[in-house]
Design a protein around this ligand. Sequence first.
Ligand code: SF4
Length: 497
Amino acid sequence: MATERTTPEKIRCDACPVMCYIADGKAGACDRYANHGGDLVRLDALTIIESAEDTRLVPFLKDGKDPEDWDGDIVQGKRPFVTAVGAGTTYPDYKPAPFIVSQDVQGVDMVTVVTEGIFSYCGVKVKIDTDRHIGHERDVVRVDGEPVGHVMTSEYGSKMLSLGGVEHLTGGTKKEGRVTCDALLRLCNREAVEMVIGDEGHETTVVVQAGKAPIINGVEEKLMRVGCGSATIGMFAKQWVDHVDDVVVVDDHITGVLSEHQAGKMLDVEPTGIKINGRRSTPGRYFQVAEPGTGWGGTDIEDPLKILGDFNPKFAREGMSLLMVSTTGEQYGYFELNAELKPQPAEIPQALKASAELIAENCEPSVCSVLFMGGAGGSLRAGVTENPVRLTKSVKDSLTFVSCGGAEAYVWPGGGITVMVDVMDMPTGSFGYVPTPALVAPIEFTMRVSDYSTLGGHMNEIKPVSEVVSDETRKVDQFENQPDPMSSTNYRWAKGA
Ligand code: SF4
C-alpha cells in the first residue's frame, strides 16, 4: 500500500477514491484503515478459512516423534484458504490485488487472488419466507424515509425484495446513497434493518435480518406455508376424506377446495354445493378470493366465511361439515350447515384438529435470506490480470473458481462477472463500506498457477501461503455446506474436459 506523508502526523490512505488524510491514532472515514504511528494499517484481521478435518494434512513423522509434538506449522496443519476479508483494497485497480497467494494442493500449484472489492454496482436480494402481504410488486422500500429498493415478484411461499443497486447508491440524493449503503452494509453483516414498504395509507413495517424470522408490523413470523392452497389440498386430501364433507384452504394466490379439486375427485368426494367468491382457474382452484393482507393465507381476512357465497341447495344439506384452514395451519375453523344452509361454527373433531396441526408441523420455519449481488468490474479484474477479459473467460470456462469470503459465488451467465452469494455462508463481519458511497465486499479468484500465467496474471506478486498466514490472521472453520475453493472438483481440468 503506498502512502504519502503530508505532515508529520497525517498520512494519506489511497485504498479508495476518498483518499483520507488520517492523523496518528485515528481511523479513516470507513473505519477500515488507521494511522498507527505513521503506518497505514488495515484494522480488521485477514481471515483464513481452515479446511475441514478430513482434509487435514498429516505431519511427516521423523525420528519416531510423537505427532502431538508437531508445532502446528501452517504448511503442515489444516489447509488454509486466504479469504479477502480484511485483505484490503487497491486503488486504482490496475495495481495488483493485495494478496496473490500460492500453495500446493494435492500436487497442483494453485493460486488465489484476494481483494476487497469496492462495489458501486451492488445490492442485495432478500427472500422473506411469509405468506403475509408486505407490499405490492414494485412498491418502494424505504429505510429512514429514503428509497433503497423495491418489492419484486413473489416466489413460492416467500416475498422478495431487491435493495440497493447503483441507482440508489449514486442516482439519488446524497442522503439516499448514504442510507442505502448503510442498510446494505448492515444486512450483509447480518444485522437487523427496519424498513417500511409501500406508501402512506398502506405501509408495512418489516424488520429483516439474515438467518432470522422477519418481523412484520411488529409480529414475528413463525412459519413458511406448506404450499399453496391447491397443493395443500393435494397433500392432505387423504387425511380429510373420512372426517369432513369439504375443506377450503385459504390462500391469497390459489385457494383450494377439496370437493372440486382433482384430489377430491380421485377420492370420490361428493359435490357440496360450495361457492367461493373468487376467480375460478381450474376445478377446485380459485384466484383473488380476497385482498392481500396479513390475515389468513396472506389475505386480508380474519373471518374465512367471507370468501364463501351461498351453498347450492341442489347439493348442500343441513349438517354438512366444512373445514377451513390457512396454508400454514395456524388458523382453522370448523363449521356445520344449519337448516338455511349457512355455515355455523361447531366444535372441531379431533382428527381434523390434528390435520391442521399436521399442516403446521410440515411448515418450515420462516427466515430472511440475504444474498449479496455485485459485479466484478473491469477495474477490479485488472487487479487480477493485465488482461481483464481473460479472467471473465477463465471463470466462464470453469478454470477459475470465484468465492466471496470463501463462500462459493453463483456467477450469472452472460457478460461480466456478476456474482451472488448468501451472506450466511460468509464469515461474520465480511463487509465494509467507503463513503463514495459503495460497499466493500471480499472476492477471491482461485485457479491453477499455470492458468493464472496464461491469463496474464501478476506472476511476480505471487507469495507462498506460509508468508501470508501468521498469528495475527483470524482463522475460521470452513462452512460445512461450502466446497473447498481449492478442491479439484471445482475445475474443468479435473473433470477431463
Ligand atoms: S474511506 Fe477508508 S479506504 Fe477510503 S481512503 Fe478513507 S480510510 Fe482509506
